[in-house]
Structures are given as structure tokens and as C-alpha cells.
Design a protein around this ligand. Structure first.
Ligand SMILES: [Zn+2]
Length: 205
């Protein structure tokens, strides 16, 4: 696996060449029906977050591996059938961005915009508290306020919000609420992968 990462090969099996390679693309599963998070007009995902799909997305999300970005953005763009004026993304927390040196969500969002031939802009800002350590003892309402996004005003009527993995949809729901607050009419969600929420959920960091 390591040699594959260094040589820029497949992020799943390390075979030299494209990432994912053709045989690993064959292992990726369709996400099935996605429960559209509250507040969104539609929501799509390219693959299921399991097996090879999990390995592929984790290589970007947790190991700074950018070689699958072109494939991810093409796969997301292919799923989008709604009319959108503008693409934005769920921003990575400042702490993670500093650690990584880049915002993988921004790279993905801008690439999806290019694929769809639609402008991409940073519209969402996570409040400072979201970057801080999780605080215990908060009420659900306090936690919701802490996790809320702030959106900048824009003229777009319909915005596509790109994320990496959708689990409960809470992150997209919060983003949609912020965008509607600044006058966006329709909010669509699109992610690389979808995983059904289970006991141990993948929390969006
Ligand atoms: Zn492979």
C-alpha cells in the first residue's frame, strides 16, 4: 500500500497507474437510496462507504492522499441532475487544515464545480467553537448552536454543497439552514460516499 501511495498508484490496492484502478472501481458499490437530510432539496452520493469505497475515501480524508480527487469529482458530478448555480463545500476545520496543509473539501468542491462548469465559492464558515475540543456536558441545543455553520450572502438561487461522507446528514442539514438564512432558495447535497448511520457513526470532523 505504501509504495502505491508514494508512486501515486491506486489508493486501494497500490497498483501503479490511475486511482482507483479499474479492478478496484469494479469493487465499489452503489450507495443505494439515500435518506435526503432535512432542509435539502436533493442529496446524492457516488459510492457506498464500505470495503474498497471506505479505503478509497479514507485515503483522502485521513491520509492526505489526493490522487483520487479527479475520480471523486467526476463520480460526484455524474450523480448531480439538479440545476445548480453555484458549488460550495463543507469546510474542513481550521485545526485539520493546519495539520494537513490543505483543505481536501475545498479541492473537491472546486473540482466538482469545474466538472459541472459552474462557479465554486467558499460560502460556509464553521464557527470557531467547532474547531475546539468537543465539550462534554453541553445540552443538545448548545451542541447544535456550536456545530452551526455561518454562510456568506450570495446571489445564487440554487447551491450544491459538496461533502466527503454522509452519515446522519446532520452536517448538510446545518449547512442548508445557514444557506437558507442568507436567501438561497434551493440547497442540494452531494458526497463521495454514503454510509447508513449505525451505533458507531462516522462523525464529520
Ligand atoms: Zn486498485
Amino acid at each position: 500500500m505504501l509504495s502505491g501511495l508514494l508512486s501515486g498508484g491506486c489508493a486501494v490496492c497500490a497498483r501503479p497507474g490511475a486511482s482507483p484502478c479499474l479492478s478496484c472501481v469494479g469493487l465499489l458499490q452503489h450507495p443505494g437510496n439515500i435518506a435526503c437530510p432535512a432542509g435539502l432539496d436533493s442529496c446524492v452520493a457516488a459510492i457506498s462507504f464500505e470495503g474498497a469505497g471506505r479505503a478509497l475515501v479514507s485515503s483522502l480524508k485521513y491520509r492526505n492522499n489526493r490522487q483520487s480527487l479527479a475520480w471523486f469529482s467526476a463520480a460526484i458530478a455524474q450523480q448531480v441532475t439538479s440545476e445548480v448555480d453555484l458549488v460550495t463545500w463543507i469546510p474542513t476545520t481550521a485545526r485539520r487544515r493546519r495539520k494537513r496543509g490543505f483543505d481536501h473539501a475545498e479541492l473537491l468542491g472546486r473540482r466538482v464545480g469545474r466538472r459541472l462548469a459552474i462557479p465554486a465559492k467558499p460560502l460556509l464558515r464553521a464557527p470557531v467553537a467547532r474547531s475546539a475540543r468537543s465539550q462534554t456536558g453541553l445540552t443538545a441545543r448548545e451542541r447544535e448552536r456550536r456545530d452551526a455553520f455561518v454562510a456568506v450572502r450570495c446571489r445564487a438561487g440554487s447551491v450544491l454543497v459538496v461533502d466527503d461522507v454522509i452519515t446522519t446528514g446532520a452536517t448538510l442539514k446545518s449547512a442548508a439552514a445557514a444557506l437558507r438564512c442568507v436567501g438561497v432558495d434551493r440547497v442540494h447535497g452531494a458526497a463521495i460516499a454514503y454510509t447508513k448511520p449505525r451505533g458507531s457513526e462516522l462523525r464529520h470532523a
